[in-house]
Structure formats: C-alpha cells, structure tokens
Design a protein around this ligand. Sequence first.
Ligand code: G6P
Ligand code: MN
Length: 444
Amino acid sequence: MTERKKQRIAIAGGGSTYTAGIVKMLLENYKEFPIESIVLYDNNEKRQETIAKACEIITRDMRPEVKFSYTTDPKIAFTDVDFIMAQLRVGLLPMREKDEKIPLKHGVVGQETCGPGGIAYGLRTIGPLIELIDYMEKYSPNAWLLNYSNPAAIAAEACRRLRPKSRVINICDMPVCLEEIFARVLGMKSRKEFDVRYYGLNHFGWWTSITDKEGNDLMPRLKEYTSKNGYEEYTPQGQHKESSWLVTMRAAKELHEMDPKTLPNTYLKYYLMAPETVEHENPNYTRANEVMDRREKDIFAECQRIIDADSSEGTSIQSSEHSQFIVDLACALAFNTRERFLLIVPNNGSISNFRDDAMVEIPCIVGKDSVEPMSIGEIPDFQKGLMEQQVASEKLAVSAWIDQSYQTLWQSLIMNKTVPSAKIAKEILDDLIEVNKDYWPELK
Ligand code: G6P
Ligand code: MN
C-alpha cells in the first residue's frame, strides 16, 4: 500500500458536545486515516473555547504530530482543508427545547427532527448550512463537506435545491447505531460483519435485508428478537440507553408489527405512534432538558477538568458511534475503500416507483471522490404512500424558506403526519414564528 496522504480536517460546530469525541476518534484512527491538522470552527467563541482547549490537550497527549487550532474566522478555518465535518446546532439546546415544547403544548409530537419542531429547526439550519458550503467552495474548492447537522432530511433537500453541484454528503448516525444493536443481538463484533439493504427518507426508513458475508439471511433472528423486545437491549450503557431513548427502542416492536417483512427505523414512531408518544412525554421536561442537564453539563465539566489538570489522562470522553462512521466515510472518499454507507442522496431512479427529485436514504458505495447509489427497485404501497406525504412536507419546508412564504410553511405543517389538522398546524406555526424571529427569514 502506498503511503496515505495526511488529511487536513475542519470541524464546524466546534462547540458541540460531540466534538471532543470526534477529535478522539480521529486520533485513534490515525493509522488508517493519517491527519496533518485539525481546526475547530464555531461562531460562538466562548462555547467553543472550553471544548477546543480540552481537544488541544487531548491531541497533544495522543498525537503530538497533529497540528491543532481553533478559530471563529471562516477564512482561517476553511482555507486548505480536505474535509469539513459539520454538526451545526443553530439556536443551541434552548431552541431545541422550544422545538419540542411548542408542538407538545398543542398536543402534537415535540421532537427535534420530526414534525413541526423538525421543520422549525430546518428553517433555522438552511441559511448557516448554505453559508458553510459557500465558505468551503471559496477557500477549499476540492474539499468535501460531511454534513450530519440536523434535521438531516430538510438540510439535504436544501442542499439539493440550492447547491446541487457542491461536494456535500449528508449522513445520519441512527442507522449505524441501530445496526450496532443488530450486531450485538446477533453476537457479532460489529455491523461490518454484515451487509444491509435499506431504503427510506432520513429518520423514515426500513431495512429489507441483512445478510452475513456468505450471503446467509440474518433477518429471521433479528425479526424474532424485535417482535419480543423491539430494539431494547440490556447492555451496554450509552446515549441510546437513557430512559427516553429506551421508550423509543421498545417502540420498534409495534413498528415491526405494522410491516413484519422489514425492520423499522425507530424515528417512524413519531409519525405512526404519535398519540402514544405525546401521552408519554412530560411537556415541561423534554429530551432537550435531559441533554442540557446531563450530556452538556458532563462534557463541559470534563473539558474544564482536562484544562485545569493540563492532562487528558483518565478522561471519560469516549470516541462514540457518533463519529466512527464519519472517519470511515472520509477514508472512503480519500483512499477509495469502496465501503457501503447509508447516505441521503437524490433518488434519481434508485427507487423506481418514487419521485426522482426526492432525497432518499439508501446504500451507496463510496470510493475516491465518488458516491454510487445502489438500485432499490420498486417499493410497496405502504412505504411509498408514507414517504410521499413526508417528502412533500420536507420539500414544502425548504420551498417556504426560499420563497419566504407563510402559506407554504403552513402547508408543510398540514402535510406532516404528526399534525392532526390545519387549524392546529396554524396555531403551532404562529407560536414557532414568534420564538424563531432571530433565525427564520421573514415570512410574507
Ligand atoms: C440520533 C439521531 C441524530 C440525533 C440524535 C439525538 O443519534 O440520528 O440525528 O441528533 O439521535 O440524540 P440526543 O441524545 O441529543 O437526543
Ligand atoms: Mn439522525
């Protein structure tokens, strides 16, 4: 093997609670994915500083040969880089809290990526995401943007509409996390021991086949497990083991009953089990509160501890599932590994009976500077009907941002399966407009 060229990485959203884990993951994968430099970028200087100073120490302790820096200046951040990894959270967790609580107040699912909350978040994210793409094209035209900013479905549709030729890849970690669960259920070391067939939209999809490397069908064992337990498992600990996530993992049992031929993405519960979900929620304490009280506090405290000790020895910061696939993806694009990933790409005939201009989540082979979506063929009416409604809602949200149209945004909410009526859609929308004034375009 020829020696691999060292890569220059920018992480946009440097102040994110995931950044330290991603930096650690990059450093741990140094042999397969050698790095020349890591630069963190965020527009929130203070928030980024704590994370960045800790990452600087982690980098020095693990790989002193890697240059580490951080900045709030886009020109410095994005000049001469090979990859930008983006995890924007526009409005931070206090706005996520509003995305969740406002719909709930009207008896509708309150979720950061699904339903009215997801649409609200989408309208906050499009502008900064497009700005980021433009920085990349200006300062590093040959770089790739690996975008896992939420809401990924709306973000991906905005990329398709507004920057169709840009080198952007939209990806979500949920299928990866669920496949890690499948692997443990099957007694395998990792999801890399099997191949999957999957299709849908982001946070809205189904596995249709899972086979081992000899082609043996692993679905029967997984279906049997899911019909009893959903995707709940009893070990190990982690993000998706927190109580609110456990409820979601259990819901896979009911979702699987609706279509026993497939295994569902857990996010379908927000659309297909909406009333039960609302009933279960505490409208005064949602997932955003949980994350603020736990992950956010813990990460910032741990970063401060590293800074005070000037050492990362014994740190609890772990490289997570949230980051391994991103390194794998970068590796595929840089070094032609031709690994398979579930990516959010324009359909263009992959699902033969679904609109070409939809952004779908499907397996793709990724090689040196190339993405080859796999062909899915025809999908059944159950999935097709649900997807058509959902993709229309996502498209209307992006159109509303582009046209600054109240009417179109209202239609986006009406179209969403989580919302029971046009009247409720309007009430929620009016509340969302109020709190998103600093982030949304003015609607006419
Ligand atoms: C999954 C999804 C992500 C989402 C995350 C939220 O991993 O794929 O899109 O951001 O869950 O997790 P949290 O712990 O913040 O609720
Ligand atoms: Mn996701």
